[in-house]
Design a protein around this ligand. Sequence first.
Ligand code: F0G
Length: 456
Amino acid sequence: MKTIIEPFKIKSVEPIRFTTRPEREGILAAAGYNPFLIHADDVMIDLLTDSGTSAMSANQWAGIMKGDESYAGSKSFYAFESKVKEITGLKNIIPTHQGRAAEKILFSILGGKGKYFAANTFFDTTRANIEYTGAEAYDFLTEVGKHPEQRADFKGDMDLASLEVFIKEKDPENIPLVMLTITNNSGGGQPVSMKNIEETSLLCKKYGIPLYIDACRFAENAWFIKKREKGYADFSVPDICRKMFSFCHGATMSAKKDALVNIGGFLALNDQELALQCRNLLIVTEGFPTYGGLAGRDLEAIAIGLDEVMDEHYLQYRVRSVEYLGEKLIAAGVPIIEPPGGHAIYIDAKRFLPEVPPNQYPGQSIVCALYLEGGVRSVEIGSVMFGKYTADGQLLSPPMELVRLAIPRRVYTQSHVDYLLEVVIEVYNNRNTLGGYTITWEAPILRHFTARFKPL
Ligand code: F0G
């Protein structure tokens, strides 16, 4: 087996601005120790997110020029619509400017007080869009998915036994839909098996509840099914995708991930009546149903990206480069969620900094240290992102304290990854010098984006 190479050549490059450690100390303090508030130009390797950060292909840029900007009935809309239909088999395809806009529309209609939603794990914007309506969101992740150190092939699976108890307790009448996030971003970018998708759909069917897929990273999930699940080695990726979606009634998608574009998303669903309501709301909040908050050129680039993302050479390189990073970190003793996920490595901050309690935000401490050490920007996924307060002001922490190193698609080369490894390992080896943080200001919802911190 020869080295797996990046399956592309580079035609256009963006320079990286180099900074020194003293410069970064000033920059981080000015940003309130929140890397979301740092200027991107002050970052050397940006792993804040894999969302909207993909490098588009020459073909996608050509599509940008070909985009049809007609207000209604744009040719680019039909190219987009037919590609999404081909992959998902779903009937009504509604473009939105990004994933959360699709969530906002769907949950504004289905949510409200007294409604309950369940998922393997809701992503933070999905949960926020549900809770914003007064409804409640519950996660039922398979037990092994909650243990960062335990290896399993499909740690994103739904825990079906607990889901069934929940459905009976809340009454199916009050549960407008169940959702599977593939891959499970907040739980480590871990895939969901075809078997679990099918079994979740059967359980939902038994109680008459529609199953939706949060499809942001559907192609990475399909690749894991091909590589890990018995019986799928000889399936093509598009066939696996079609089969995954055949079990659902609808999907939301942020095209900023597995459509290899910088902006875009969609809501896709079979229910005609609900689709009509969604389109009406779309017109109020996003735009006419054939553009939904996007330019025609964006729709064109999405249609092309959705094909490119299912290419096997691309997916092999994509998943392998994340795995390479993970393997080297594990070899150096750095605790991460095992096995590595599809789009990111998740450092287990509880094991990395056992002396720093959750209410001193160990993940944030690592995030800051990575920036100071090497200009690397990462994100905390733990008590900062998901922490809530009890009535008397005590912090309620989520089960895991993580730091995500999200890998943009087709952006960084192997030597960037090798540099990153040096930075993370250096921080790990000096971990006894790291302390906790406290929050000095926070917003009432989605606080991680704008909160300000100070070192303790
Ligand atoms: N669902 C999942 C699983 C996501 O990962 C995201 C975004 C969304 C929905 C919302 O999509 O950003 O287009 O509105 N995740 C990004 C991330 C922000 O960094 O993981 P959006």
